[in-house]
Design a protein around this ligand. Structure first.
Ligand code: MTE
Length: 318
């Protein structure tokens, strides 16, 4: 759903919705009563609710990619994170609170008509923000379901005006040693991830600037990150400062760090195990549920055609 344009991070119009209404009052009562403590409320809506109707506060259009699962509790999604620039610990969110989100600019370079840099607020003024509920599957065999807000990556590609030779796109994350204690000498910083231009223009590829009706928290990759729900989460670079258009496949952070375990393509596939663990199932964060993983994280309807002519080897799914 297209929503009214706003300044800044662009709240999708429900910033005053109480959390109880947002998640569904009954589910909150049930979740809080039954689970309490632990990480956040540990609440979980019934999968049927997510299938049949949008949870209160979520526009119906946000569900058009059929999440088929309950939303993950907001507090869980915001306190169980991977952001290695800060720490390899999942509770790095505390450290990230010192990460300045303004001023913030993003530069566009490589094979574009004219390289340029744009401030995040000027960029947001040019985009119509919408919401999308997506499943999010980490290569570590856990998953969550998140209501993101942002805009299609294809709109960012169009803004950049790549030249005809551009075949790939690379996203570089910020590298700020003043606030990121995890920037060690061992890993190949900065964090760079990439896609083919065809993947970037696929309607599922999304630029996230918010979640749960709020600005993107720094620990989730604020103020701007990539979201590619059919791929393992490590493809979704956080806190992006540079977008480069390239003729050749870029070197990416995880493929550099562990080429036998993490590849460029990283499409979700339950049939291709990670060398050290199975990918057949995933744990839904904030619940005690374990569910079967689906090929392309269940988004094959939208993305399988991207890989139709390619050898369907392990490489495509690691
Ligand atoms: N981006 C940067 N810059 N640094 C990271 O460590 N981790 C990735 C991805 N993007 C990562 C990153 C991994 S492994 C995952 S699963 C997702 O971010 C996690 O996103 P979330 O914390 O919002 O769930």
């Amino acid at each position: 759903m297209l929503i009214k344009r706003r300044q800044g991070w662009e709240a999708p119009g429900r910033d005053v919705t109480p959390e109880a209404a947002f998640f569904g009052r009954r589910a909150v009562m049930k979740g809080a009563g039954a689970i309490g403590g632990a990480l956040g409320l540990g609440l979980s809506l019934s999968p049927a609710l997510a299938d049949e109707a949008p949870p209160p506060g979520i526009p119906a259009a946000a569900m058009r990619f059929k999440p088929g699962r309950a939303l993950t509790a907001e507090r869980v999604a915001e306190t169980y994170n991977n952001f290695y620039e800060f720490s390899t610990d999942k509770d790095m969110w505390r450290l990230a609170q010192k990460f300045p989100q303004r001023p913030w600019s993003i530069s566009f370079d490589g094979m574009v008509e004219k390289p340029f840099t744009i401030g995040i607020d000027d960029l947001l003024k040019q985009m119509q923000v919408e919401e999308r509920v997506y499943r999010h599957r980490c290569v570590e065999a856990w998953g969550m379901t998140v209501p993101w807000s942002g805009f299609p990556l294809a709109k960012l590609v169009a803004l950049a005006k790549p030249t005809s030779g551009a075949k790939f796109i690379a996203f570089t994350s910020d590298e700020n040693p003043k606030v990121m204690p995890g920037l060690d000498g061992f890993m190949p910083w900065p964090y760079v991830e990439g896609l083919t231009l065809a993947e970037a223009n696929n309607e599922l590829a999304f630029i996230g600037t918010g979640l749960y009706g709020k600005p993107m928290p720094p620990q989730n990759g604020g103020p701007i990150r990539l979201i590619t729900p059919w791929k393992y989460g490590f493809k979704s670079g956080k806190s992006i400062v540079k977008v480069s258009f390239l003729e050749k496949q870029p070197k990416t952070f995880w493929a550099e760090l562990g080429p036998d375990e993490y590849g460029f393509w990283a499409n979700v596939n339950p049939g291709v195990p990670h060398p050290r663990w199975s990918q057949a199932q995933e744990r839904l964060i904030g619940t005690d549920q374990v569910v079967d993983t689906q090929i392309y994280n269940g988004y094959g309807e939208w993305v399988a055609s991207l890989y139709a002519g390619m050898p369907q080897t392990r490489k495509l799914f690691m």
